[in-house]
Design a protein around this ligand. Structure first.
Ligand code: CO
Ligand code: CO
Length: 358
């Protein structure tokens, strides 16, 4: 069980315990998915001795039967109950892991329940080692998620794109992803013409027109696991400069992909993409890292950037997404999801990468 694995790793690293609030880490460790905990304290207390207990609001009493739990009712002080659990687990000092995304008001109240000698550390510092290495089942979910976005790309090429507003196209993409999967990984990006010079452009009222390069960046979710794809298409023949940057980005993406193998550092993959773009004279217009880990979160470790010291291993999954952005003119980005399998990189997203001119 993942929780047991986590507990032994935590112990090995000298941690006394962990406080895990709802989110993808809690889901990863226990399968428990909690929507809208809101302000009501919900936390899994884990001790390095192997004990764990969920503290949750009583409104969840009927849905949480597979974990040892203590419930609190509205009107009660949940922090008193938390103090009680900590005492029971003999957690009073030492290194304690805390979920990175825990609400600040919870953490402040936890600090108040006693002047303990805890030294807090982010949960990610330990759990990353488990989360980064996906097992076969996780990769299967990611493959499915990737298939959905490939299919949406193939379909959208036959939609009547000319004259469509960016926001309308984004909505249509979202709808189709929702029909085919468990949901979207983020609101789709549709950036056309000069808007494509902004890597995270929010789709707006601009209508797609002839000569545009259009960046489409979107993702699906399957059994909790995300995909994240970017394709750049042309409506009619774009100007030569735009075709040129597209080809450079495509080469950079391919070079980076071919660099992926077990034993290589993440930053070497980043450097491969960066070298191609710099050699073509566009280095200063590639304004972000080459990619990011992908899984239960859209952005997770390992990050594929100039400072990426993680050594790639089998089971790691991440994006490769170089881009070039020319202010006032437009931009191009190509993003695939890649898994390290049998020591080599394997693309999970496989949609057409040659420039599609509609
Ligand atoms: Co993306
Ligand atoms: Co991405």
């Amino acid at each position: 069980m993942r929780l047991d694995k986590f507990i032994s790793l935590m112990k090995e690293r000298g941690f006394e315990g962990a406080l895990i609030s709802p989110g993808t880490n809690l889901y990863y460790l226990t399968g428990l998915q909690i929507h809208e905990a809101g302000e009501r304290l919900t936390v899994l207390v884990v001790s390095a001795d192997g004990d764990y207990r969920l503290l949750a609001p009583s409104l969840y009493e009927n849905v949480m039967r597979n974990l040892p739990a203590i419930f609190w009712r509205d009107g009660e002080n949940p922090y008193e109950k938390l103090a009680w659990i900590l005492a029971e687990f003999e957690l009073s000092s030492g290194k304690l892991l805390v979920e990175n995304t825990m609400r600040a008001d919870w953490l402040i109240n936890i600090l108040r329940i006693g002047n303990r000698g805890f030294e807090f550390h982010p949960l990610s510092s330990v759990i990353r080692e488990l989360r980064m290495r996906k097992d076969a089942k996780e990769i299967t979910h990611m493959k499915h998620s990737a298939k959905v976005v490939d299919r949406v790309f193939e379909e959208l090429l036959s939609w009547d794109l000319l004259g469509m507003r960016e926001s309308e196209l984004a909505l249509k993409i979202e709808l189709r992803i929702r029909e085919l999967s468990d949901g979207i990984s983020f609101e789709p990006i549709v950036a056309s013409g000069e808007n494509a010079a902004n890597p995270h452009h929010a789709p707006g009222k601009r209508r797609l027109r002839k000569g545009d390069l259009v960046i489409l960046d979107y993702g699906a979710k399957w059994k909790g696991y995300y995909s994240d794809i970017t394709r750049t298409i042309a409506l009619g023949k774009p100007n030569e400069k735009l075709v040129e940057i597209y080809e450079v980005v495509k080469d950079a993406q391919e070079k980076a992909y071919r660099t992926v193998r077990a034993g290589v550092k993440a930053k070497e993959v980043d450097a491969a993409a960066r070298e191609v773009i710099s050699a073509a004279g566009y280095g200063e217009y590639f304004t972000h890292r080459t990619g990011h880990g992908l899984g239960l979160d859209v952005h997770e470790e390992p990050y594929i950037g100039p400072d990426g010291e993680v050594i790639l291993e089998n089971g790691m999954t991440f994006t490769i997404e170089p881009g070039i952005y020319l202010p006032g003119l437009g931009g191009a980005r190509i993003e695939d999801d890649v898994a390290v399998i049998d020591g080599r990189g394997k693309r999970l997203t496989r949609a057409e990468r040659e420039l599609v001119i509609l």
